[in-house]
Design a protein around this ligand. Structure first.
Ligand SMILES: [Fe+2]
Length: 261
């Protein structure tokens, strides 16, 4: 591995990322909202920006594109031609070759209809935007819950040792939601304090391991009978959802509860 990924805090709780190649000093930005800290990092580290990757059209993932383009003549990969600054339109299954790293584009409609995630098979890293969060998933704004569930199931097929970088720091709140509203975990207190410590110490809970989330994230377990039993037996959910309810019914139930949490 000759690259590293710099996490750049954006706005209130957004993340942008800079993938930096340690050999060539080439860099790729994912989801720029506020160009200032991104440009500063590129300048301070004498990086040569070669591409911008965009997961979806929301302004907290795209607002920095045009100002970055004023400083760098760079390709902008987006899943929506209406996104200002798009030079390369991407769609499901496209392969992107970026000198030091390659990505596959996976279409994940739900949060928005244009949403895509970027997966590097070789490096086993995933930029999941607002589709998959640490212990959660994005709100369903434009698509249907069924689309969102299908999108998450596509991500679930990626290898367990995939390292995920998502679009927002919602981790602690997601975890609190699971523990307050969904299931009883033995090590509840320890899990919460470990998560809080991690965020306090490093300033971020990113990145996270996909295999871990396949076991722990409720939105990735809507077809897991044990997880479902845990949810339906939880005192607050008694009589509200049956353990044998369908995968989509479970997703609907959990998403609705999270929306109101
Ligand atoms: Fe979004």
């Amino acid at each position: 591995m000759n690259y590293h990924i710099k996490i750049i805090n954006q706005l209130v709780d957004n993340y942008s990322y800079i993938i930096c190649d340690d050999k060539s000093n080439e860099a790729i930005i994912v989801d720029p909202a506020d160009e200032k800290p991104l440009l500063e990092f590129l300048k301070n580290n004498k990086l040569k920006l070669i591409a911008i990757l965009i997961t979806h059209h929301h302004s907290d993932h795209t607002a920095g594109i045009m100002k970055i383009k004023k400083n760098y003549d760079v390709e902008v990969y987006t899943p929506n031609k209406k996104i200002n600054g798009t030079t390369k339109y991407v769609k499901d299954n496209d392969k992107i070759n970026l000198n030091f790293i390659n990505f596959e584009v996976i279409s994940t409609p739900g949060h928005t209809l244009d949403h895509v995630v970027y997966f590097s098979k070789k490096e086993k890293i995933l930029f999941s935007g607002d589709t998959l969060f640490f212990y959660g998933c994005g709100r369903v704004f434009e698509g249907t819950n069924e689309q969102m569930l299908n999108s998450l199931n596509k991500i679930k097929e990626l290898p367990d040792d995939t390292i995920v970088y998502c679009g927002h720091e919602y981790t602690y709140k997601n975890l609190e939601f699971i523990l307050d509203e969904l299931v009883h975990w033995q090590d509840k207190g320890a899990t919460k304090s470990k998560c809080k410590e991690l965020i306090n110490e490093r300033g971020s809970s990113m990145p996270f391991n996909l295999g871990h989330q396949k076991n722990m994230n409720p939105f990735l377990n809507c077809n897991d009978i044990h997880y479902k039993q845990g949810i339906s037996n939880f005192r607050k959910n008694e009589g509200k959802i049956r353990a044998d309810a369908s995968e989509l019914d479970f997703f609907n139930f959990i998403r609705e509860k999270r929306n109101n949490y």
